[in-house]
Design a protein around this ligand. Structure first.
Ligand code: SF4
Ligand code: SF4
Length: 423
């Protein structure tokens, strides 16, 4: 691809996304008041004005303005509007990927609600269209797609793993009848991530609560979203929708994963033409329901460390799930400590939006996690619970990097650790 073609494609993709997603408010409304600056954990960790939300958005906005702002068309030097250049693409790669986790904390701290992350996500999508995005994200999305297209070659090893996991569930519950049902007709289709930590604890709870549930071979993670690659993201999601229909389930329950929850809850209905023919819940809501109904009970004496909870941005600020995990945690431990601030004002851990996977920016990611590390330290907690794999990996690494002396796990794992097996 020549440089000229690349720039033309990026411009076209950016404009397409601008028209569909961003809208004029995000380009024209910003008054450069600076209220959002301190809201960003990346600015706070670095003190670098070039990494503030307004500065990052402006790198993209000044190009958008050339087409979408009448004042910029007449007086570009007044408004800072400029023609797209190759240098911009390099700047965008850093501004939209490395230096922004699309956490949306700046949006809720902007008096005008300017959608800075939408602008940067549009830049991600435009860069992806010319292959200028972190290679690992493309690889992970391709692996998920290829796996879906060659399911039979994975089936035996998948079933082998599930048999092993089922034995762990039976041992935990001291119940040889406990099961991990696969591809069966049931009320709930549970969509986990890969790895025992999102399957075994959930299976323990579903069995203990007597739920009608099943799993299939598809997992929840979707790296297409991180690259704003709509085609790939939809392809990965479509398989879960097809499985839900094939198994005739009443609801899809998504594992503890921020972006996977967002995809099923609010992206999929937009992508696939409206309300889905089944209910969508995070497993956090299901755990909360089972605890409230007394279907699972916990022994608080099993955890003697002070515990805190980190709100993943997709589950909390964007998804509005704040109390459900807290209800479960408070029922499971004696010493719960809230971070300051938390819930809607919670700071991103620094690993969201695919950044945990990008080895080339590991040093930056750990630096950007300093705000979260300080928050954790401030609670004195020794066990951090969160509900997203990206957050778990990042907080584990922050624990080592900043010597926090913490254990980290998801809510289901905590519940499994404390569950009372014999009533
Ligand atoms: S994005 Fe909002 S808070 Fe930030 S500078 Fe612009 S108007 Fe002010
Ligand atoms: S979305 Fe989050 S990381 Fe990105 S600029 Fe806003 S506050 Fe910073």
């Amino acid at each position: 691809m020549t440089a000229e073609t690349m720039l033309t494609t990026v411009k076209e993709e950016l404009n397409k996304r601008f028209n569909r997603l961003v809208g004029t408010s995000s380009t024209n409304l910003c008054t450069h008041c600076g209220w959002c600056i301190e809201a960003c954990h990346i600015y706070q960790a670095t003190g670098d004005p070039d990494k503030s939300p307004v500065a990052k958005a402006e790198k993209v906005r000044r190009v958008l303005k050339t087409d979408h702002d009448w004042m910029s068309k007449i007086f570009p030097s007044w408004t800072g509007a400029k023609k797209l250049s190759e240098e911009d693409l390099e700047e965008w790669l850093h501004a939209a990927y490395r230096d922004c986790t699309l956490c949306e904390r700046c949006v809720i701290n902007c008096p005008l609600g300017v959608e800075t992350p939408q602008i940067l996500a549009a830049a991600r999508g435009a860069l992806t269209a010319v292959g200028k995005n972190p290679e690992i994200l493309t690889d992970l999305a391709e692996i998920a797609i290829s796996r879906g297209e060659n399911l039979d070659s994975y089936r035996d090893s998948f079933k082998h793993h599930m048999t092993r996991f089922e034995k762990l569930v039976q041992d935990k519950l001291k119940d040889p009848e406990a099961r991990i049902p696969m591809e069966e007709q049931a009320d709930i289709l549970y969509v986990p991530l890969s790895g025992a930590h999102t399957i075994v604890p959930a299976a323990v709870v579903f069995n203990k609560a007597g739920a009608s549930w099943t799993m299939s071979m598809f997992e929840a993670s979707n790296y297409g979203l991180f690259m704003a690659d709509g085609a790939k993201a939809k392809k990965i999601t479509q398989r879960i929708l097809d499985e839900a229909e094939r198994l005739n389930v009443k609801e899809v329950v998504v594992s503890e994963c921020g972006h996977a929850y967002g995809i099923m809850k609010w992206e999929a209905p937009k992508w696939f033409g409206g309300q889905l023919p089944f209910k969508v819940r995070s497993i956090l809501e299901v755990l909360d329901e089972y605890v409230a109904k007394g279907l699972v009970k916990m022994d608080q004496s099993k955890v003697d460390l002070p515990v805190t909870y980190h709100d993943p941005c997709n589950i909390g600020r964007k998804g509005g799930i704040f109390e459900e995990p807290r209800n479960v945690i408070k029922a499971s431990v004696k010493d719960y400590r809230e971070m300051t601030p938390s819930k809607v004002e919670s700071y991103c851990c620094g690993g969201g939006s695919g950044m945990v996977a990008c080895a080339e920016w590991e040093d930056d990611r750990l630096l950007y996690g300093k705000v979260k590390a300080d928050q954790i330290k401030g609670t004195g907690a020794r066990r951090v619970i969160t509900s997203c794999d990206n957050c778990i990996h990042q907080i584990m690494e922050l624990g080592e990097y900043y010597e926090l002396d913490i254990e980290v796990s998801n809510v289901s794992q905590l519940l499994m650790d404390t569950i009372i097996v014999e009533d």
